[in-house]
Design a protein around this ligand. Structure first.
Ligand code: FMN
Length: 213
């Protein structure tokens, strides 16, 4: 695929066929993630690829706890560019994924390794932002290029979900699960990503409420 077509159509996909994803494809995706940037090239990350049904079920249970609470309190769209109809379709997809998370072909858990950073220089938030998310985006784009559906999720880790996930995955205390990424061959089509207009966020030289065009 052409590079910018990949970027423009790498939208969140939450409904998958049951067919497995070949191991070499999974390795290719993790390799793409592993090539992502990190501060001082610390590469403070680990990737757990979960295919074991029992482990998937336990992660699905954690996701269900976080998503249920989210669905209960976040039905209204907080984004003026997203009308309520679109919001409802989004919520239906999130709920579908909640109900089928245990069935997805593979779940990747992107983890931050706090022990690889100089003492006290990054806590949980910075670990997520600086070490993990750039790499996760590589994975999402690589998945799109290979027609694999994916979505970065975090609701499994709210409350004590992160600690519970550490126990489920056998992670030591310094390795934090940050992003849960289900992977599967999508039942629907990849489509164009919708975002707010570029001129609301693009500024030349200095910030301005309305960019001059
Ligand atoms: C920090 C972060 C946390 C997210 N957490 C979840 C989540 O817990 N569950 C979920 O279904 N999607 C989650 N998403 C995916 C977003 O809903 C998605 O990126 C956004 O709606 C844009 O989707 P689009 O690229 O299809 O337009 C998360 C995305 C980010 C960046």
């Amino acid at each position: 695929m052409e590079f910018f077509d990949v970027i423009q159509t790498a939208r969140a996909m939450r409904r998958y066929k049951p067919d497995p994803i070949p191991e070499d494809v999974l390795v290719q995706l993790i390799e793409a993630a592993h090539l992502g940037p990190s501060g001082s090239n610390r590469q403070s990350r680990h990737w757990i690829v979960v295919r074991d049904p029992e482990v998937k079920q336990q992660l699905a249970d954690l996701n269900r706890a976080g998503v249920s609470a989210y669905l209960e309190h976040n039905r209204e769209s907080a984004n003026p560019h997203v009308d309520q109809g679109r919001r409802e379709r989004f919520l239906a997809a999130v709920e579908h994924q909640m109900n089928h998370m245990h069935e997805v072909p593979a779940i990747v858990i992107a983890c931050a390794d706090l022990a690889r950073a100089p003492q006290g220089t990054f806590g949980e938030g910075a670990a997520a932002a600086t070490e993990v998310w750039g790499a996760v985006q590589n994975l999402l784009l690589a998945a799109r290029a290979l027609e694999v559906g994916s979505v970065p999720t975090t609701l499994a880790f709210v409350g004590d979900g992160r600690e519970q996930a550490q126990a489920v995955l056998g992670l030591p205390a310094h390795i934090l699960p940050m992003v849960l990424i289900p992977l599967g061959w999508p039942t629907g089509n990849f489509g164009p990503i919708r975002r707010r207009p570029l001129d609301e966020v693009l500024h030349w030289d200095r910030y301005a409420e309305q960019s001059a065009t």
